[in-house]
Design a protein around this ligand. Structure first.
Ligand SMILES: Nc1ncnc2c1ncn2[C@@H]1O[C@H](COP(=O)(O)OP(=O)(O)OP(=O)(O)O)[C@@H](O)[C@H]1O
Length: 620
């Protein structure tokens, strides 16, 4: 409200030019107070300022003595009393009201004293107020020239059309999967690589190409993508796949039914009882058909001939029964073998090659063992009409160690490794995306190289590089800068780092949080190169304070090692000669922010005054 109400100060020049409340100014001149534009020479004062409780008619809270810009007539009256000795007492001001008629015939209360109130047009003034009120919360934010042309392009969900520096891997995948287009079963593929190296993006790109080519050449080939981080049990994987194929089958059956019904009505309309055989020739695509009725057309598509309308009706009935018989798998509740057989039937309903992409396949194995992979990999020997091929994607190179040797050898028929990107490659990737994502010339020259350099330091992660670029753009946009500059990238780097730390710290187990809090307390009290004994001492006291179990010093040392691995503390083992070895550590994350996250935990939040614990520490 403040901003809106104070805005007219900039627009109106009445106060600066001839403010009635200027020092020593006397506001008793009626012509000014009734807002006579001619009389006052005040271009803004076209209405009765008194009527709005604003002596200048500018809506200026300062001028009205209404510091909060509330437009409250009582407050205005107060202030006028204080600044203008000639206007009488507050009570007078408040009680002596007259009515002023606006141009629209509305009556507005005037609080001026002893004044005749001629008819005044308040329309324009009201309009001005309306305009100000119309300015919403988002107007200012929207008014800035946006930096982004299409921000979505920088989000992880976007699948780019071009994947620079991945052509080798993409070609490798294509060479393996092309057999699907020849109706053969492609080898299973395992794709490895660290996070953000373009595994998912490349696999999705290849699968889109595969599906579109299969449509072009009318070769039945489907690709199904499953993210095993979300769908992480055998039941869910099989249920999701079963339902997808049931849906596809249903769509296909409906298409066929429509076609058959069309043919039927044509035949009945044209040929009454006599049926011309050619009319009954229906291209059934590759639906399962009665074998003795099936013949191959020249383009390889099955043609089914019907001898009579009755036969056509039988076919329609059978298809309808098929459709009715396909029951969707509920997300829980069925025995796994029923889910498996439903999936099996759904996939085998028609001839096709199916590529199943299991992204984050290591998560599936970690959560529910290798049963799913075992079942999927032996399916081909039982399927009659279709064939499946598995494409597993993982950033854990060691996950196959946990697999049954049979699964391991069948899954890893082909392996493709995605190496990390270097800074130059990341620069190309960012440039391609930035061209679409940002307005022309919205980035200074050093922005992309800097984002690439930061991300290259972190194992060449393209996701991180894109996050940096997007966050830098958002920070620039938020600060209403006209360009994204180097400083925005640095701020973005800090922000992302802090967000990561906050997330890691927030999700630590309570015991680790207590250990970390002990380290923070020591650091805050000026202790550097903190040793395990000191941490343990404070840790014990904190546990007593919040009634937590006290772990042994050995366990606490393990927890410190975990914090070290997470990059929260930096611990080194130092030798103390004949006193043995100890770990010395320092915090590697911002103290204040980390402490705030820890204290937001309801248990640690109970620690009221931690100072005494620190004073009781062992001195080196
Ligand atoms: N060569 C590339 N060109 C353009 N964008 C890329 C390229 N490589 C990766 N990306 C982008 O980087 C982001 C991360 O890529 P992707 O999800 O494919 O990585 P990933 O290797 O599957 O990582 P994770 O193992 O964490 O799932 C995506 O937004 C993707 O579009």
């Amino acid at each position: 409200m403040d901003e809106d109400d104070t805005k007219p100060v900039d627009d109106g020049d009445s106060r600066d030019d001839e403010s009635p409340v200027s020092p020593g100014g006397d506001r008793t001149d009626d012509s000014q107070l009734v807002g006579d534009p001619e009389g006052t020479g005040d271009p803004e004062a076209t209405g009765d300022p008194e009527a709005t409780g604003d002596p200048e008619g500018t809506g200026d809270p300062e001028a009205t003595g209404d510091p909060e810009g509330t437009g409250d007539p009582e407050r205005t009256g107060d202030s006028r009393e204080a600044t203008d000795s000639n206007t009488g007492s507050v009570d007078d001001v408040l009680t002596t009201g007259t009515s002023v008629k606006g141009s629209d015939g509305t009556t507005v209360e005037s609080r001026s004293r002893d004044r005749s109130s001629p008819e005044v047009d308040i329309g324009s003034m009201v309009l001005e107020d309306d305009e100000e009120d119309d300015k919403g919360l988002f107007d200012d934010l929207l008014s800035g020239e946006p930096i982004f042309e299409n921000k979505e392009v920088l989000r992880p969900s976007y699948t780019p059309h071009k994947l620079p520096h991945r052509s080798d891997q993409i070609n490798q995948m294509a060479t393996i999967l092309v057999s699907a287009l020849r109706g053969e079963t492609p080898s299973n593929i395992l794709i490895y690589g660290k996070t953000g190296t373009g595994k998912t993006a490349s696999a999705k790109f290849v699968s889109q190409e595969l599906e579109s080519t299969s449509q072009k050449y009318e070769v039945p080939c489907d690709v199904e993508y499953i993210n095993c981080e979300v769908t992480d049990t055998q039941y869910r994987v099989l249920a999701q796949l079963a339902n997808k194929f049931i849906e596809k089958n249903q769509d296909r059956i409906q298409e066929r039914l429509e076609r058959l019904r069309e043919v039927r009505s044509d035949v009945v309309r044209n040929g009454d009882a006599r049926v011309d055989e050619s009319d009954l020739e229906v291209n059934e695509g590759d639906l399962r058909v009665d074998e003795n009725r099936q013949s191959e057309s020249s383009d390889g598509v099955d043609i089914v001939k019907f001898d009579s309308v009755g036969e056509l009706d039988d076919r329609i009935e059978r298809l309808e029964a098929d459709a009715d018989g396909m029951e969707e798998v509920p997300m829980t509740g069925w025995p796994t073998d029923r889910v498996y057989s439903t999936f099996f039937e759904a996939i085998d309903y028609r001839e096709r090659v199916v590529v199943i992409m299991l992204d984050e396949i290591d998560k599936l194995v970690e959560k529910s063992g290798d049963d799913t992979l075992y079942n999927l990999s032996r399916m081909n020997s039982e399927l009659e009409n279709s064939r499946i091929s598995i494409m597993g994607i993982s950033n854990d190179l060691k996950f196959t160690d946990f697999l049954d040797p049979r699964v391991k050898s069948s899954l890893g028929e082909e392996e493709i490794v995605f190496p990390p990107y270097d800074a130059n490659q990341l620069r190309d990737i960012l440039q391609h995306r930035a061209d679409v994502a940002f307005k022309p010339d919205a980035l200074t020259e050093d922005v992309i190289p800097l984002c690439a350099a930061f991300a290259a330091q972190e194992h060449g992660d393209a996701r991180r590089a894109l996050d940096l670029l997007r966050t830098a753009g958002e920070l620039a946009e938020r600060s209403q800068a006209d360009l994204v500059r180097e400083e925005h990238v640095r701020q973005a780097q800090d922000k992302i780092e802090l967000d990561r730390v906050v997330e890691v710290v927030r999700t630590l187990p309570t015991q680790s949080k207590i250990v970390l809090f002990s380290i923070i307390l020591l650091e805050k009290n000026g202790v550097h190169n903190i040793n395990t004994g000191e941490v343990f001492n404070i840790y014990k006291r904190l546990c007593d304070e919040i009634d937590a179990d006290v772990l042994t010093q050995r366990r606490v040392t393990d927890l410190i090692s975990e914090l070290d691995m997470l990059g929260i503390v930096n611990a080194v083992v130092v030798s103390k000669g004949r006193y043995g070895r100890t770990k010395e550590m320092n915090l590697s994350v911002p103290t204040e922010e980390t402490e705030a996250v820890l204290l937001s935990d309801s248990r640690l939040g109970d620690i009221e005054n931690a100072q005494p614990f620190v004073q009781a520490r062992f001195d080196n």
